[in-house]
Ligand binder design. Sequence first.
Ligand code: 6R9
Length: 587
Amino acid sequence: MSSTANTASHYPTIHKDPTAGPFNMKDYDALYKAFKWEQFADELNLPRENGINKATICIDGHPPEVMERKALIWHSAEDKQEFYTFADLKRETNKFANVLKSLGVQKGDRVFVYLERIPEIFITLFGALKLGAVVGPLFSAFGPEAIKDRLEDSGAMVVVTSPELKDRLDAIRADLPALKHVIIVDRKHSQLHPPQAHEVLYSEAMAKASEQFTAPYTDPDDYSIIHYTSGTTGKPKGAVHRHAAVIAQAATSKYILDLQPETDIYWCTADPGWVTGTSYGMFGPWALGATILVYEGGFKAEDWYKIIQEHHVTVWYTAPTAIRMLMKAGEDVAARFDFSSLRHLCSVGEPLNPEAVVWGQKVFGHVFHDTWWQTETGAMHICNYPCLDVKPGSMGKPFPGVEAGILDEEWKPLPAGEEGHLAIRPQAPSIFRTYWHKEELYNSRFKNGWYITGDRAKMDEDGYYWFIGRADDVINTAGHLVGPFEVESALIEHPAVAEAGVIGKPDPERLEIVKAFISLKAGYEPSEELEKDIKNFVRTRLAAHAYPREIEFLAGLPKTRSGKIMRRLLKARELGLPEGDTSTLED
Ligand code: 6R9
């Protein structure tokens, strides 16, 4: 690799071998023009004789030698390890599909998984997919309010959970008439109260279940997974993906993550509760037959480094906040570990600072390759490939088969160099099919045949894309999207809170933090204690990652004449920016 000046980010372009990895970038233009998604499905040799079922493709359908390969290496928070081959997973997911069948679950019913990062997440999600159920992962940091929104909206029939998380579900179960069964994964054989009528013990049900199961025919368009994602207004909405999405997830795992299934140990640090944790923590890599490492523990620089060293991780997919935290921990910590196994590093979820790209090269011997995509796109769309010159700070170029554009306010393409709305032609098999029961909202995301991503960006003369920011009020905190409305709704349920306005405040480590402006009800006075209490209230009811880390008490909040809280104004004031048009501001 050598370097030349890169005008766009002041960081020199890092030159790569154009023939490295499975793409030959010398042929990028030709490849881009000729690309067809169906070609990939053929090339990847995915088993498609019984339609396309993600469970069959990812687990059951591998050739015999791959079936004996480790599919999952699980490293627990207590430093214990478990291994599952594809054959093991086939057997376990068959059993779980039979468990669901015996409970009356049918194709299209929603089965949600609300578990810590343990192997049963994989077994139950894939077991449900095999049966044709529509699955939904729930992040284990969610509180009762967040899980209620999702289970209620999707009309979930089954939830798989643990004894530790069950209390949060019990708190809201009365509000969920569609929820018929709760399956409790009693991994630690924790002492449970005698199970209630609707509760099923996983260990008992699995012990009785047959190991034989044949997936019914699955149409490529059948729904597979729902991921709830936050928007500017309203509660989170369920982006629905189809089984055929696995084609795009597998193709990008091969061409962007550069997975070489025979030899790689691949670590995706995203939690399975989020789209990265499923598209690239399960579907793409397993469709290729690659070995996935899952670490149950949380973030700590030493622990993460130890995981890489101990498991000889070769390909690592992580996030900018984590990289910034590793940078903060210092190079002396990194210097104590052996990273020679690492071969390819990628990042997603937030803008990746050029410093972080280059730091990767210094500490691990490899740059971090930024990738851009969304819950809605289901798979990577704009990326840095192993063979593409890296312009630090750029998201890279559209994957062949992806047409991207920068659009003006009338949704017409802008020339290179101009900033506008980042838009995608909805072509990849992974693009979402709807928002669950919100067809109108789904349709509103498309203009002139483009899917409008909600991000602002620009493209340079060489076709590289540069992220500018969100076009809406959605907050990105440490790679997790948080809708201000969700937090505001949780806040006003606190007895002291009269009104709340929530914004993302720039933060050097987490990109943004959630900041709340609050006016109090009569009889309440601002105090440190009250502030703590409000924070804790949101943290336990909504989610540990979405509570306001900063609270400012105001006598009243700026509102439009129609009574809407002006978040834009709160943000401008917070950042000391011009307040813009305030003509709609109430007197
Ligand atoms: C996969 C995932 C999507 C939003 C997206 C954008 C931000 C993701 C990014 C990035 C800058 C990148 N985002 N990747 N911003 N550079 N490489 O994260 O999905 O949770 O739906 O978030 O995250 O704002 O629109 P999701």
